[in-house]
Design a protein around this ligand. Structure first.
Ligand code: ATP
Ligand code: MG
Length: 694
């Protein structure tokens, strides 16, 4: 047999046809085991490739499974194994069986629920703002995934610990109207993604002839990531399998991270009760990560509590030792992102390809500051599982509004850019407090990120006008064309499930983001799910793992945030990040490079020293920089501070950056400034003369 399988993996691969359950931690080879099992069953003639249906969680994972099967030589020849998501499989079956089951009435896929839910909300007297509709949609999806109908919804909410975005009766009414609206008077139907599952299951349950034909066609079922199956998916799986038992499932209850969609690890944990003669295999050897990463993963999940936690196994790292995971604390998010970008640059210089590096965060809005830092450092990237910051609809809307407002001639002369920006963003959803509901929260986070970005610009250019702001935003959006080369992956933790990279950066690890504030409000069960999400993140790394957080959102902020409760006890004593006392800390962050005291205020953090501390300034260089600046300002017909503020020039003259990386590390120097002035400044620093000047 295959030498690259351990004895437990082999037991699962070689088990005779019938129920098999692999219960194992991250990186232990579950996905590898099921592809080998399929190859074995097909290769030994137990089942034909076309009779196998393998389902997994995302279409990306399904694609990967198909690739692995092809490389094992059991795909192709026109009768490949079907490796699909639940939804894709259901859609295929429905297309095929619909005419026979339903007859003449047609169906069409409803892939945009917004207009239908919007009409339903209006009819039910519910709010119809974008955020409210998004939350209603999530709520309906949760109910359908949990097999809860409109009339059962209120009771289900009262029973569960779930917070409904509107009064439960009102949600139920919207849900009911929504379901009615999808059926036309003639009987034609619109089906949403959940209906695909429900409808296929209903057809198989209600039509014995169809069920028989189906079961003749598909004889062997395999499910990956089984810990995150919803009751609706399980019901469909039951209908597929019918009275048979040729079912292999693999999963890790400690990676259950989709409870909010109705998913539950109960089916995985109860598998051997349902199939008492099942072959149950537990895997403990972690083949993915170094012992250093594995140890950290064990500590993260070791602190878990509750029923699911009782099922965890200690992972045993199989790979050669690698670097210790790194922890770092930063004064603000921009500094954190720049440090991450610098570390990525170093890894890439040492030979790690960008495509083998990922930055993972809790909510998609956190990508913005990292997109900016990577852009400034010239590192290509792509955003997965969410849209890049400047492509998001709320950000585009906000930019349009800023542009329109900037063109008005009735703005107060002493216009406060930040005040106007806030006024523009309020109707788009900027509130003081984060709103309830995941979708509304994402939108709010994007708008907050715009405010932060502007505050940072003002830090550099105090007289920034709204027109300057509009121009700067457009330039930043422009600078972020999708890369043509395979770059660094930016992804939410949820979308990273099942995947792996050589180097992983887990960022933004502060209480309120990880665990997310809604989870803190909702209580223990929700906090445990956040902990599992961090475990998923840690276990994505093969070799390099860096965990970081920032004590303020903004540069010069008050540092009121706290490192995530999950990392407090993980930081080793000799890590620089542990030097800052926990948990009571008045101020931390960057220290004055002259006296070593914490830096207070924007100017100090820009200079990297207290304003009163003696400066190691190169006066000659500062003079040369100022001369050069007034030349450029005249050329461009702009005030001098638009080129660089005084403080930025002082910081350059003090820190004397030797290369691009050191230059962009100075607060306030982004891609645009780098493009326009980088070369000049570096030449000046090098020989005290502007570029091209003898
Ligand atoms: P997750 O829970 O994150 O989905 P998993 O249990 O599905 O993880 P895999 O993705 O199958 O784990 O395997 C993790 C890594 O270890 C892969 O790179 C895989 O090729 C490798 N691997 C698995 N088993 C072995 C083995 N017996 N020998 C060598 N490498 C292995
Ligand atoms: Mg897997």
């Amino acid at each position: 047999m295959d030498a690259s399988l351990d004895p437990q993996q082999q037991a699962a691969v070689l088990a005779p046809r019938g129920p098999v359950c692999v219960l194992a931690g991250a990186g232990t080879g579950k996905t590898r085991t099921i592809t080998r099992r399929i190859a074995h069953l097909v290769g030994d003639g137990h089942v034909r490739a076309s009779q196998v249906l393998a389902v997994t969680f995302t279409s990306r994972a399904a694609g990967e499974m198909r690739t692995r099967l092809r490389s094992l030589g059991i795909s192709g020849q026109g009768n490949a194994v079907q490796a699909l998501t639940f939804h894709a499989a259901a859609m295929r079956h429905l297309r095929y069986f619909w005419p026979q089951a339903i007859g003449d009435n047609q169906w069409e896929l409803l892939d945009n629920k917004f207009p239908v839910v919007s009409r339903a909300a209006r009819a039910a007297g519910a709010p119809t703002t974008t955020e409210s509709l998004r939350d209603l949609i999530s709520e309906i999806e949760w109910a359908k995934g949990s097999l809860i109908g409109p009339s059962e919804y209120p009771a289900a909410i009262y029973k569960s610990s779930r917070e409904s975005p509107l009064p439960a009766e009102q949600v139920a009414l919207v849900y009911e109207r929504y379901e009615q609206a999808k059926v036309s008077p003639s009987g034609d139907q619109l089906l949403d993604f959940d209906d695909l599952l429900l409808m296929t299951r209903a057809i198989l349950d209600d039509h014995p002839v169809i069920a028989e034909e189906f079961r003749d066609r598909y004889r062997c079922f395999v499910v990956d990531e089984y810990q995150d199956v919803t009751p609706a998916q399980q019901a469909l799986l039951n209908a597929w399998v019918g009275p048979r038992d040729d079912l292999t499932v693999v999963g890790d209850a400690n990676q259950t991270i989709y409870s909010f969609t109705g998913a539950t690890p109960g089916y995985l944990l109860d598998f051997s009760r349902r199939f008492p003669d099942a072959t149950v295999v537990r895997l403990e050897r972690d083949y993915r990560s170094t012992p250093q990463v594995v140890q950290l993963a064990n500590s993260v999940i070791g602190a878990a509590r509750g029923r699911i936690a009782g099922t965890r196994l200690q992972l045993i790292g199989q790979r050669d030792p690698g670097p210790e995971p790194d922890f770092s604390e930063h004064p603000d998010e921009a500094t954190e992102a720049k440090a991450v970008a610098r570390a990525i640059k170093r890894l890439m210089n040492s030979g790690v390809p960008g495509s083998e590096i990922a930055i993972l965060y809790r909510v998609n809005a956190q990508s913005e500051v990292h997109e900016q830092a990577l852009t400034a450092a010239g590192i290509p990237y792509q955003v997965r599982g969410g849209e890049a910051f400047f492509s998001r609809s709320e950000v585009r809307q906000a930019m349009r509004a800023v542009n329109q407002t900037a063109q008005r001639d009735d703005l107060p002369a002493e216009a406060q850019t930040l005040t106007i920006l806030r006024a523009i963003l309020v109707p788009l959803g900027l509130t003081d407090e984060a709103p309830a509901g995941a979708q509304a929260r994402e939108r709010w986070e994007s708008l907050r990120a715009l405010v932060t970005m502007t505050e940072d610009m003002l830090n550099d250019v105090p007289d920034l006008t709204l027109t300057d702001l509009a121009r700067e935003l457009a330039a930043r959006a422009e600078a972020r064309h999708p890369p043509t080369v395979q770059g660094v992956t930016l992804s939410s933790l949820h979308a990273a499930k099942g995947l792996e990279w050589d180097a992983v950066f887990l960022v933004g690890l502060v209480d309120g983001s990880m665990p997310i504030s809604q989870a803190i409000k909702a209580g223990d069960a929700a906090i445990e799910e956040e902990r599992r999400l961090l475990y998923v993140g840690v276990t994505r790394a093969r070799e390099h793992l860096q965990l970081s957080w920032a004590l303020s959102r903004n540069e010069g902020g008050r540092g009121t945030r706290r490192r995530s409760r999950f990392v407090v006890n993980l930081v080793p004593d000799d890590s620089p990040a542990s030097k800052i006392a926990e948990p009571k800390r008045t101020r931390s962050g960057p220290k004055c490079r002259v006296c070593g005291k914490p830096l207070l205020g924007k100017t100090a953090s820009l200079l990297g020293r207290c304003e009163r501390c003696p400066s190691d300034l190169d006066e000659g260089l500062l003079l040369a920089l100022k001369e050069w600046r007034s030349g450029r300002a005249k050329e461009q017909k702009v005030p001098a501070y638009v080129v660089f503020s005084d403080n930025t020039l002082i910081a350059i003259a003090e820190q004397q950056p030797g290369d691009v990386a050191a230059l962009v590390a100075i607060p306030g120097i982004g891609q645009k400034k780098l493009d326009s002035y980088g070369e000049d400044v570096l030449t000046l620093v090098r020989n005290g003369k502007p570029a091209g000047q003898k």
